[in-house]
Write a protein that binds this ligand. Sequence first.
Ligand code: ZN
Length: 548
Amino acid sequence: MFKKIFSIVIVLAVAVVMNSCENADNKATEETTETPYNMAKYANFTLTTDISQLSDNQKEMLLLLFKAADLADEIFWLQNIGDKEAFLATIEDPALRQYAIINYGPWDELNNLTPFIEGYGPKPAGAEFYPPDMTKGEFNSFDDENKTSLYTLIRRNEERELTTVWYHEAYKERTDKMSALLEEAAQLADDPGFANYLNLRAVALRTDDYFESDMAWIDMKDNLIDLVIGPIENYTDGLYGYKAAHEAYILIKDVEWSEKLAKYAAFLPQLQTELPVDQAYKNEVPGFDVDLNAYDVVYYAGDCNMAGKTIAINLPNDERVQLEKGTRKLQLKNAMQAKFDKILVPISEMVITPEQRKHITFTAFFSNTMFHEVSHGMGIKNTINGKGSARKALKEKYSAIEEGKADILGLYLVTKLNEMGEFNDTDLMDNYVTFMAGIFRSVRFGASSAHGMANMLRFNYFLEKGAFSRNDDGTYAVDMDKMKAASTDLTQKILKIQGDGDYEAAANWIATDGVIKPQLQADLDKINDAGVPVDIVFTQGPEVLGLK
Ligand code: ZN
């Protein structure tokens, strides 16, 4: 019984933490500039992958999935601004039009939703999910059990009273078409689990009951192709956060990396016993059932394709499914490559000392990110002094401390597995220098997010311990031995705070070191002034994959 409750606690903890991981790349905001829009903010990247291992049926199936994803995209336009064609028809300047397409509307998503097209006021907080003239008071007194559903629109009837409309009714023509496409695709699916999921997802889109399809999605394990589709995240509803927005990802599994991850996850219990802390802080046995896979994503549509792009997904969001079956963590390898090439490399050319730039590699960036995710399952979830879970004891400071733990334990895992001869994809120095450069990417827009704060705690800790030094020209150099030693000390410090549930220590540490200090701010300003892109837009679709 204890074991069962314990594993539920872990699932919940991982689920919440992962949500913050997933969003880290969506939070970038910029100072308002004089121009109404800035195309240079986005770098272009082509989403592709090797499809030579796919069967003819699978290739034919992919074409149907692209069509279904396009329908999710059309629905998202309706949810965010209304009629897409009518809106775009008003924009003559092709560059401005392109910028509007990236933002799915006239508001700059990476610049505090500032309107960049004349004639538009602020974005309605509830987007198109609610009537524009609805007040919160009116919503509160609206008596309808479905009003807070993820899958209803709030509309006005002929008497101007509020009413709810299910998505499958409001978007019937499109959701019916999507369902039919998924059923047709199921006929072509080589993997029976995926076929089952597609059929259940088709039913879900017709009924707005996604539970069975979410369960089936978690159950399938061997499918090479994956599809995330439907109303999923609720960030676009800025009014209440009730309403889910339509989106779709089409994914091809990176079997080689997924197998490696399963292999490394199997070392976790052993590595846990070797953590550099007193026994009391490492008594827990880390989860074996880490469902963590790597993918190339070949299509972003709808909500997830707007402005800042996610490079990792953790789903499903339905807590009933999470409790029963856990979640799946999807790492989007080629999208990470995009951010590496277009953002991290230019940043490191400005802030890493020239002799060490050869150590900035994608394999190191990717492996650091993957081991960060694996590390969330390590360490300590429950305090050793009866204060309950570390999450509860550390309250709102927990996320930053937990993200910091995952970062530093990720580096610890890479180091250990390398020393054991199990992980030799990279030179360890690559992992360390790339890790350092990653700090600059993560704090470029401030330390306000959990990830940003965690990065600042570590940056200031490393600086104090001489793990890296700042040259007079404003570049930084890693001292690997000192960084290794500092990593060990930092691991001890974080696991102790979590195990002791020491809220005071966490709060004091964040107050002094979870902030960007003036010298670093000056170095970050240099990056922003140089116009290093903020995010990515994709060239994507069947043509890019050579499918038609
Ligand atoms: Zn994380």
